[in-house]
Design a protein around this ligand. Structure first.
Ligand code: PMP
Length: 357
């Protein structure tokens, strides 16, 4: 049975990458040593981490005055790292509450003593559309935190709101390399790897160097400037995760880069949304302009029926369609590694399910 994994993360990886990892696992480049046994100071790993950085710079057209950091701690670690490193002037950040992960970022900043002003929220509308940004007074906030793709609620800022002179910190955990953005529109972008970039364990940070400065009372492991100075080798990095990330980046390049990924993702998402919009049983309730390419949330309106879909789909090799535990329903995550054939198989299954109700 062909299996398609619709999990939101850790998520499906490109099959050729998994196969290459399998082939190389016992002996990296004929060395007789596994990547899992290689020192982060070894020349072989130096090649890998440099390649990963160069590939990411090429894929995202990252300007030279932005640093690329490979950190640990996931998106959640960045909810702390960003305010600790960057909210040092006003000690106040602005947040658009577009969903659970934006709200978590605000909560973490507040926990660290940084005021997090929620400028707008769509919580009362079940986050089915994005909160618009009200005018922001200049020199009030150190930055505006935006969750670019709301993994749980299935919405995306396809176009960034105009924050004027306030820099934007973009959480791109669930749509990095899935959709094109201009790095210069951000002061900082971060993303955990486990959705579109590879296995869990490495967190990518892209940050304007000019913004980095010496900070105190910040754990070294979250210190951007230190990680930039040490080229992400301040301590032992997640060697295997960076190796796998490098292979995923190579795969994206071979496929034609981010523009091609976006083109494919639009085709996949459009097909699934078109089916849901026509369906007498399933519905996606997200405002059309805000719909995510990578996380398609839907439901039948009946919890029992949703559960039946998840169970029966799994029996057909369509795995992990359960919505996030906080919202229930169903969710199909269509990251770069999900082929159109997986979406077709899902639509065929859902269609069949409807017919047999
Ligand atoms: N931000 C977004 C948009 C996410 O989807 C997630 C994880 N699902 C996180 C942050 C938290 O990431 P992590 O689990 O890597 O800490």
């Amino acid at each position: 049975m062909v299996v398609y994994n619709f999990a939101a993360g850790p998520a499906m990886m490109p099959q050729p990458v998994v196969t290459q990892i399998q082939a190389e696992l016992p002996s990296l480049g004929g060395s007789g040593m596994s990547i899992m046994e290689v020192s982060h100071r070894a020349a072989a790993f130096g090649v890998i981490i440099n390649q990963a950085e160069t590939r990411l710079r090429t894929l995202m057209a990252i300007p030279d005055d932005y640093a690329v950091l490979f950190m640990q701690g996931g998106g959640t670690g960045q909810f702390a790292a960003a305010p600790l490193n960057l909210a040092t002037n006003h000690r106040r950040i602005a947040v658009l509450d577009s969903g659970q992960w934006a709200s978590r970022a605000a909560g973490e900043a507040a926990r660290l003593g940084v005021a997090a002003d929620v400028l707008a929220t769509t919580k009362n509308a079940h986050y089915r559309h994005l909160p618009p940004l009200p005018p922001i007074a200049a020199a009030t906030y150190d930055y505006l935190h935006l969750c670019i793709n709301n993994t749980v609620e299935g919405t995306t800022y396809h176009h960034l709101p105009d924050a004027g002179s306030t820099p934007i910190v973009g959480d791109m955990s669930s749509n990095i390399l899935a959709e094109q953005y201009h790095v210069r529109d951000f002061g900082l972008i971060f993303a955990g790897a486990q959705k579109n970039l590879g296995p869990a364990g490495v967190t990518v940070v892209i940050v304007r160097r000019e913004w980095l400065h010496a900070v105190t009372a910040v754990p070294s492991m979250l210190d951007y400037r230190l990680f930039d100075q040490k080229k992400s080798l301040y301590n032992t990095p997640p060697v295997f995760a960076i190796y796998a990330l490098n292979l995923v980046l190579q795969w994206v390049q071979e496929q034609g880069g981010v523009a091609e990924m976006q083109r494919r993702n639009e085709i996949k998402a459009k097909k699934l949304y078109a089916f849901l919009d026509e369906s007498p049983v399933f519905a996606n309730l997200v405002a059309k302009a805000d719909r995510s390419l990578t996380n398609v949330v839907f439901n039948t309106g009946s919890e029992a029926l949703d559960q039946a879909v998840v169970a029966q789909a799994a029996a057909h090799g369509l795995m992990n369609l359960k919505g996030h535990r906080s919202v229930g329903g169903l969710r199909a995550s269509l990251y770069n590694a999900m082929p159109l054939a997986g979406v077709d198989a899902l639509i065929d299954f859902l269609h069949d399910f409807e017919k047999h109700l």
